[in-house]
Write a protein that binds this ligand. Structure first.
Ligand code: FNR
Length: 181
């Protein structure tokens, strides 16, 4: 496909609501877009001493981001910020200094939580980080998805309203990537 988008899910949990959201979201992408989940659960804890000799899993992460035309972050909210596992991955791929894999990649930020503000504060913290990393990040539409019983029907499909909303988000993100990639 013309555009490969890396999908970074900010939760390692087997039954992650954010992974489920990511899976629903990528189905709404246009035909010339493909989506690749990047694994962040096997990365070591970031240690600057290792910048000159990055672990194979870190090199893999960097190669996957570098090969992508955009990055979608689907993040959980932990204690009003992003989970440490996500920050760890971001830090890894930003180094060594001057060799960040993130720079210039058009980003989309989305997330869900069981709390009524739907990961909004985690997303705001993430935007701060992405600004520093020089990633052009789509401002609108924002998407603070409240995971409750109404989000999916009995068959696990998004309800019509949410599907329409996420389709709009994806259409805007695709346009954002075409403009910046
Ligand atoms: C949470 N949760 C949570 N939710 C929220 O809306 N705001 C928050 O600040 C927090 N803080 C928080 C801290 C920690 C350590 C945990 C484990 C959980 C609840 C969280 O939204 C819920 O567990 C989601 O299901 C996490 O996303 P995944 O793993 O389902 O994708």
């Amino acid at each position: 496909s013309q555009y490969q988008i890396a999908v970074v899910v900010g939760s390692l949990r087997k039954d992650s609501l954010n992974r489920k959201l990511a899976q629903a979201l990528v189905k709404l992408g246009p035909p010339e877009f493909s989506f690749k989940y990047v694994e962040i659960g096997d990365l070591p804890l970031y240690n600057q001493d290792d910048d000159g000799d990055q672990a194979p899993s870190v090199k893999r992460l960097k190669a996957e981001i570098s090969a992508s035309q955009g990055v979608v972050f689907v993040t959980a909210e932990y204690n009003r910020s992003i989970p440490g596992v996500l920050k760890n991955a971001i830090d890894h791929a930003s180094r060594p200094y001057g060799q960040s894999a993130w720079a210039g990649k058009p980003a989309g930020v989305i997330g869900t939580s069981i709390g009524s503000i739907g990961s909004a504060l985690a997303q705001q913290h993430l935007r701060n980080v992405l600004a520093y990393l020089n990633m052009p990040t789509m401002g609108q539409p924002e998407a603070f998805i409240h995971s409750n019983d109404a989000l999916y029907d009995a068959d696990g499909n998004l309800n019509e309203g949410s599907k329409g909303f996420l389709q709009g988000w994806m259409n805007q993100y695709a346009a954002w990537v075409r403009k910046h990639a």
